[in-house]
Design a protein around this ligand. Sequence first.
Ligand code: ADP
Ligand code: 5GP
Length: 218
Amino acid sequence: MRPTDAPLDNLHGGRKGLCLVLSAPSGAGKSTLVARLRAEFPGFAYSISCTTRAPRAGEEDGVHYHFLSRETFISRRDAGFFAEWAEVHGNFYGTPKAPVEEKLAQGHDMLFDIDVQGALQLKQVFPQALYVFILPPSKEVLERRLRGRGTDAEEVILKRMRNALGELTQAVHFDYHIVNDDLEEAADELRAVYVAGRARAICRPGLLPGLMAQWGPR
Ligand code: ADP
Ligand code: 5GP
């Protein structure tokens, strides 16, 4: 586990939360990379999405997703509950707006694991966020991973493979492309993107004034 740089930032007057947005074709390994990043940086606030898809084995309501009926999702969507939403592989997914605004205001970094359409919507709302696209090393490996995961029916796998090409087409709009071939290398690159992002001047608004104040009034 790696310590956060909170003490340094507290010393210099607080910091602003960073948004790290990850997208990938299903099966590329995004959940695996997200789990590693969250284990390494436990201070990350994670956006728990709403979805209309059925829970998979081991998934808990309120932990992995908020599992909603289609009717509830649509009524929340129409009431402006979501920062972004999209229909992915035949199900609705959306990011609840209020917890995001709350966490960012408290200075927490936020991690988003969302589909390409949703990420591009978020770009309108949070243009200063970091947008990372996780690529599979090849079509063959992507299909093998989808099957190897053993969680989805054959027709779901084929649908996800068909959708992958459209998603790859949108990857040009992302800031970073990380190939998840060797897991360690991909995790290293993702960590590097995040750590560098945290050092951006806009995330440390208190740093410079705090340091300059040591010279006394001008
Ligand atoms: P996603 O969240 O993008 O749909 P997952 O994280 O569930 O993908 O990964 C799909 C499958 O591929 C899982 O069984 C996972 O353990 C495996 N996997 C992920 N990354 C790698 C990797 N670098 N090498 C080999 N297998 C991987
Ligand atoms: P899964 O059903 O495998 O958990 O997720 C399918 C896809 O939906 C993934 O690409 C995942 O990132 C995306 N997804 C999960 N939550 C959200 C969300 O809140 N908004 C959008 N747009 N996509 C999401």
